[in-house]
Design a protein around this ligand. Structure first.
Ligand code: EPU
Length: 420
C-alpha cells in the first residue's frame, strides 16, 4: 500500500500536459468487440481502470499490447463472452462490454456491478434498453445473462441522460437491424469520442453532440483507429490546484470547449483565465471568492469535479452551496475535509461550505477517486503535513498525479505504508 505525504503551502507555478480521458478510453476499448480485427488507439492514459479494462478484454480473449500511451488491440479470436464478478466489482464501467458482446455474438454474461462508495448506481437503463431492442435478459446468480439472435432498432427514451447507458445502446444499435433513436441521450464529450470511433468503424450514427442520436444499424463493422480526447476532469483538477495555492498554471493538450462550465465558475472565484486552441492558463486572484455550484449533465458543471470544487470552497472568503444533482449522496469526502479543519454541513444533496482562513494537515483517507483528488487539493493548501491513505483510488483515474504536481512545485511524495 502507498500513501501521499503532502507538505502544504507551496504555490504552484508552471506548465502541465493533460493526459487522455479515462472515461473516453473505457468505451473505446469495449467497442473493439464489435468487429473482429486489429485496432490502434492513441493517447490512452496509464491508469488502474484502464488496466482493469485491459484485463477484462484479455479474459474475454482479446490480445492487447499497451506501450507509451498507445494500445494495439486484436479482437480477432475472442471466444469467452463473460465479464466475471472479480473484475466488474473493481470497475463498474465493465458494463460497457454488455452491448457489444451481445450485438456481435448474440450472447453476453456480465456480472451486476453492485453498489459503489457513494450509493447504489443502478444499471436498469442498460438492461431495459437492450430488452426493448429484443434481447431476452435474465438475472442469474448476480449476473446479467443476455441473448438475442439479432437486436432490433427501436426508440429508446431515457428518463435521465445516462452516459454509460447511452454508450451501451450506441454500440448495440450499431449492429442492430433497422434504426434506433436515442432520445435524451448523454451529450458528454466522451460519448462524442465513441460515436466518432463507431462511425470510423462503419457505423451510421447521426446527431453527434445533440441529445437525439439516430443509429441506422449495419450488418457488419470493421476495425479502425482512434485517438482519445484529453481528460477534462484531470484538467479541471489541476486548474483547482493552481487556484487553491494562489499560483498560476498553463495546461497543454487540453480541450477548453469541454471545460466551459468549470472555467466560468473559476473566473467567478476571481481567477484569471486565458484560453487558446489547446491551452488553458489560470492565474489565481488575490483571494478566492465563494461560488455556488450545482452539478448537471454536460455541458453543466461535472459531478466528477464536485469534490475538488468543495476543497477550493473550503478556503474561500465566504459561504457557498454545492449541490450534486447527478449523484445526490456523493459526499464521502466531507468528513475527511472536516478532519483538515473545513466547515461543511450536508443536507440532502447539498453542502454548505463556510470558507476558513486555514486548513491544518492531518491523516485522511480516500474513499473514492474524486474524493481522493479533493483531499490532495486540500493537502496542498493545508498548514503542515497531510497524509492521504488508500491512494489506490487516485491511481484509478489520475496518471502519476504526484509527479505532475511535483513538476509545478508541490511538495508531495508517494510513500510505502503498512496502513490500509
Ligand atoms: N442511472 C440509473 N440507471 C442506470 C444508469 C444510471 O438510474 O441504468 C443514474 C445514476 O445512478 C446516476 C445518473 O443516472 O444518478 C447518471 O449516471 P451515468 O449512467 O451517467 O453514469 P455512469 O455512466 O455510470 C459516468 C462516468 C462517471 C461520471 C458519470 C456522470 C465513466 C466510466 N464513468 O458514469 O465517472 O460520474 O458518468 O457524469 O464514464 C469518475 O470518473 O469518477 C466517475 C464516477
Amino acid at each position: 500500500m502507498f500513501k501521499f505525504v503532502i507538505n502544504g503551502g507551496k504555490t504552484l507555478h508552471g506548465k502541465l500536459a493533460v493526459g487522455g480521458s479515462k472515461n473516453a478510453t473505457l468505451p473505446l476499448m469495449a467497442a473493439t468487440l464489435l468487429a473482429r480485427g486489429k485496432y490502434v488507439i492513441e493517447g490512452i492514459p496509464i491508469l488502474r481502470d484502464v488496466m482493469t479494462m485491459k484485463q477484462l478484454m484479455e479474459t474475454i480473449g482479446v490480445s492487447i499490447e499497451f506501450k507509451n500511451h498507445r494500445m494495439v488491440v486484436d479482437s480477432s479470436d475472442y471466444d469467452n463472452l463473460e465479464a466475471p464478478y472479480e473484475l466488474v466489482k473493481k470497475m463498474r464501467a465493465s458494463i460497457y462490454v454488455l452491448g457489444p458482446l451481445l450485438a456481435k455474438n448474440g450472447y453476453a454474461k456480465v456480472s451486476l456491478p453492485g453498489g459503489c462508495a457513494w450509493g447504489p448506481r443502478p444499471v436498469n437503463f442498460h438492461i431495459e434498453s437492450l430488452k426493448k431492442m429484443g434481447a431476452a435478459i435474465d438475472l442469474e446468480q448476480g449476473y446479467i445473462v443476455a441473448k438475442a439472435d439479432r437486436l432490433k432498432g427501436t426508440l429508446i427514451a431515457f428518463d435521465y441522460p445516462s452516459v454509460g447507458a447511452t454508450g451501451n445502446v450506441l454500440m448495440a444499435a450499431a449492429l442492430a437491424e433497422g434504426t434506433t433513436v436515442i432520445q435524451n441521450a448523454a451529450m458528454e464529450p466522451e460519448i462524442i469520442n465513441l460515436v466518432e470511433f463507431l462511425n470510423a468503424m462503419g457505423a451510421r450514427i447521426s446527431g453527434t453532440g445533440t441529445n437525439r442520436l439516430e443509429i441506422n444499424g449495419v450488418d457488419a463493422l470493421h476495425p479502425a483507429n482512434a485517438a482519445v480526447i484529453p481528460d477534462r476532469i484531470e484538467a479541471g483538477t489541476f486548474l483547482v490546484a493552481a487556484a487553491i495555492t494562489g499560483g498560476d498554471i498553463v495546461l497543454e493538450r487540453v480541450e477548453p470547449n469541454h471545460l466551459t462550465a468549470v472555467l466560468s465558475k473559476l473566473k467567478d472565484t476571481g481567477a484569471e483565465i486565458a484560453v487558446e486552441d489547446s491551452t488553458i492558463s489560470l492565474s489565481a486572484g488575490q483571494k478566492i471568492l465563494s461560488v455556488n455550484v450545482s452539478t448537471a449533465v454536460y455541458p453543466g458543471f461535472p459531478t466528477d469535479m464536485q469534490a475538488q470544487w468543495m476543497a477550493l470552497m473550503c478556503v474561500a472568503d465566504n459561504t457557498s452551496i454545492i449541490a450534486d444533482t447527478v449523484y445526490t449522496d456523493r459526499f464521502a469526502h466531507v468528513p475527511e475535509l472536516i478532519r483538515l479543519g473545513a466547515r461543511i454541513r450536508v443536507e440532502g444533496n447539498a453542502a454548505a461550505v463556510k470558507g476558513v482562513k486555514r486548513l491544518t494537515g492531518a491523516t485522511v483517507m480516500s474513499t473514492d477517486l474524486r474524493a481522493s483528488a479533493s483531499l490532495i487539493l486540500a493537502g496542498l493548501v493545508a498548514e503542515g503535513t497531510t497524509e492521504v491513505l488508500r491512494i489506490y483510488h487516485i491511481d484509478r483515474g489520475y496518471e502519476a498525479i504526484e509527479k505532475k504536481l511535483q513538476a509545478v512545485g508541490a511538495d508531495i511524495r508517494r510513500i510505502r505504508t503498512e496502513d490500509f
